[in-house]
Structure formats: structure tokens, C-alpha cells
Design a protein around this ligand. Structure first.
Ligand SMILES: NC(=O)c1ccc[n+]([C@@H]2O[C@H](COP(=O)([O-])OP(=O)(O)OC[C@H]3O[C@@H](n4cnc5c(N)ncnc54)[C@H](O)[C@@H]3O)[C@@H](O)[C@H]2O)c1
Length: 327
């Protein structure tokens, strides 16, 4: 049994990762301030387990860390302001919260956690390199070695990628300076139940349920690689638990590139409804046309690869969202 801290533990990835780790009998603390997540029935079920504790705290505040305790074997640092609309609306907060919680968790880990051999994992993002696509310096599939870059400092969208770039630097150089174990993961478009309502899939499911006509499609030709959350949570856990990954950075995603229009057509057929007319719109400024991770490194070092076919993952996701419409 390990003692594990999950910052942002009530969020999308946090909930699914915690459910996995709790089922294995580990002692978990989920730290979250509910900026984005909610006290819903799923979370209540998780918190009803005897080995799961919630600490409701704003982790940007250094004093919150006094309540976290010590002696954790593993720390998953998941806090971040996810959701593209926030990047555009509150870029200054995306930066402040991302950077301050990362500095706080690292300072706490090196000075207070006090557990020999403990490991800490950072969830970065493909957004930390994505603005390099238009400059022609990001190959597809994209390996971990690609330069991290902010191509346009004045586009608020890159506030999110910027704080992830800074976070990676902090993790790498703190771990070297203070000699502790760490790994970085870069999730690539995870999807599934309880992902919030600001993601592309829940938005489409909501519009299909409301039978919106004409049906708007943003960035129809853009592509993404969608990775189902149960596969993603397993990948993150494997990176944490392997010694081979210490000090390394790992892309997590699938090898399948899916067009947004193709994704939407899939949802239409799974939900057995099709609009009479489509309204094709441009994607927001700064949106990246294609994304596909090179995931050979995680496979080689941990044996992980995504298993869930898109149609199966979409079916489970649609079912959850139909049962939990936007409040
Ligand atoms: N989901 C993806 O596909 C994806 C892709 C790339 C990167 N990531 C990164 O993975 C991490 C987890 O993502 P997610 O999809 O679960 O997002 P999420 O928004 O569901 O989870 C983040 C959690 O952090 C919490 N939080 C925010 N500010 C906080 C604060 N000051 N103190 C305490 N808690 C705070 C939120 O309430 C939320 O529960 C994030 O750092 C995100 O940037 C996710």
C-alpha cells in the first residue's frame, strides 16, 4: 500500500486515475479547490471509500500546503486550468495558477514531504509545443524531443502552453538540483466520462441532443488523436511506477489521427440523428490544424499502448453525458 497525493484530484484525469489507484488499495489524498470540478455523485462514490480523503484547498496559497501532510510515496501534480475557453478569457489566471501551484508543489516536495525514494509526476501538455506547427518545426507524429515554443506571445491561447513550458523547466531543474525522482507526461486529447462540459465531445453531444439546425462544426478539417480516459489513466500510472521513466518526458496518446468532421459523423451515427444542414466554421485563432503524438517512447519504456477503439470510447462517453446533461 502506497501513500499517494493527487493535486487536481477531483478533476477529469484526477477522478479516473484516483479510481484506479483506490481500487488497488492505496491511501489517497485528493487536493482540489473545485475551480472546475464538481461535487457530483461520481466523486461522492470515490470519497465514500475508506482509503480516499479529500482536501479542499487552493494550492496557489503556500499555507494550503501545511494541510497536505508529509510522507507521500507518489505525487501526481494534475492541477491546471484546462479548457480552451479559459485560455482566451483569463490567460493571466491560467499562468498564475499553473506556475504558482507548480512552484508550491516542488518546494513542498523537496522541503516537507520527507520520504526517501518518493516520485513526483507533472502533467504538461502538447500545447507546450503546438504553436510550432505553423513555423514548420513540429513533425508528425511528434516526438518528445521537439522544441517547446510560444510562437505568439500576444495570442492569449498560448498562456496555457506557456505555463506548461515553464512547469517542465521547473520539474527538470528542481529534480536535478535537489536529486529527487520525477517524470513528465504530455497528454494528447484525453476524452471520456466526467471531462467537464467545455470539451469538443460533450459540446457535440449537447448539440446533437438539442437537435441544433443548422449544425455548427468548428475546424472541420482539423485532426486530433483521441485517447480514452481509462487507457490514459493507466499510462500515467505506468510512467509513475516505472524506474526507467525517471527524469524523462512521455507523450501519451493514440496512433490514430481523426478528423473533427469524422469524429462528429461518428457521434451522429452513435446517437442515431443527423442534422439536415451543416454550418462549417473556422477554428479559433491559434488553433492547431493537426495533432498526433509519437508514442513509441512510452511503449518502449513501460509497455503501454492505447487499447480502446474510438467507437467504444465514444459510446461510453455519450452514454455518460446523456445521463448527466450540462447542469
Ligand atoms: N484532459 C486532457 O486531455 C489534457 C491534455 C493536456 C494536458 N492536461 C493536463 O492534465 C491535468 C489534468 O487535466 P484534467 O483534464 O483532469 O483537467 P481538470 O480541469 O478536470 O482538472 C484540473 C483540476 O485542478 C483543479 N484546480 C484548479 N486550480 C486549482 C487550485 N488553485 N488549487 C487546487 N486545485 C485546483 C480543478 O478544480 C480541477 O479539478 C491539467 O494540468 C491539464 O492541463 C490534460
Amino acid at each position: 500500500m502506497k501513500k499517494i497525493l493527487i493535486t487536481g484530484g477531483a478533476g477529469f484525469i484526477g477522478y479516473h486515475l484516483s479510481s484506479r489507484l483506490a481500487a488497488e488499495g492505496h491511501q489517497l489524498t485528493l487536493a482540489d479547490n473545485f475551480f472546475r470540478s464538481r461535487h457530483d455523485a461520481d466523486l461522492a462514490g470515490l470519497l465514500a471509500l475508506p482509503n480516499v480523503t479529500l482536501l479542499e484547498a487552493d494550492l496557489t496559497k503556500p499555507e494550503s500546503w501545511e494541510q497536505v501532510g508529509t510522507g507521500y510515496d507518489e505525487v501526481y501534480h494534475l492541477v491546471g486550468i484546462n479548457g480552451t475557453k479559459f485560455f482566451y478569457e483569463i490567460p493571466h489566471e491560467v499562468l498564475r495558477i499553473g506556475v504558482s501551484t507548480t512552484m508550491n508543489v516542488l518546494e513542498w516536495f523537496r522541503t516537507k514531504n520527507n520520504k526517501p525514494g518518493a516520485k513526483i509526476l507533472y502533467t504538461s501538455s502538447n500545447e507546450a509545443y503546438a504553436s510550432g506547427f505553423d513555423l514548420g518545426i513540429v513533425p508528425l507524429p511528434t516526438p518528445e524531443t521537439v522544441p517547446l515554443i510560444i510562437a505568439d506571445m500576444y495570442n492569449p491561447r498560448w498562456s496555457y502552453g506557456g505555463q506548461k513550458l515553464i512547469g517542465e523547466l521547473f520539474f527538470i531543474h528542481y529534480a536535478k538540483a535537489y536529486n529527487f525522482r520525477m517524470a513528465i507526461v504530455r497528454p494528447h486529447n484525453f476524452y471520456g466520462p466526467r471531462a467537464g462540459y467545455e470539451h469538443v465531445i460533450p459540446e457535440i453531444v449537447g448539440r446533437v441532443s438539442a437537435k441544433v439546425e443548422p449544425f455548427p462544426i468548428f475546424g472541420a478539417d482539423d485532426t486530433r488523436s483521441f485517447c480514452y480516459i481509462s487507457d490514459a489513466a493507466e499510462a500515467i500510472q505506468r510512467v509513475m511506477e516505472s524506474e526507467k521513466t525517471d527524469g524523462g518526458t512521455y507523450h501519451i496518446g493514440t496512433t490514430e489521427e481523426t478528423g473533427i468532421k469524422e469524429l462528429i459523423e461518428n457521434i451522429f451515427s452513435l446517437m442515431a440523428w443527423r442534422p439536415a444542414k451543416l454550418d462549417i466554421k473556422n477554428s479559433p485563432e491559434g488553433s492547431v490544424k493537426r495533432r498526433l503524438a509519437d508514442v513509441s517512447k512510452i511503449k518502449e519504456d513501460t509497455g503501454w499502448e492505447a487499447k480502446t477503439p474510438l467507437e467504444e470510447g465514444l459510446r461510453k462517453t455519450i452514454d455518460w453525458y446523456l445521463a448527466h446533461p450540462k447542469p
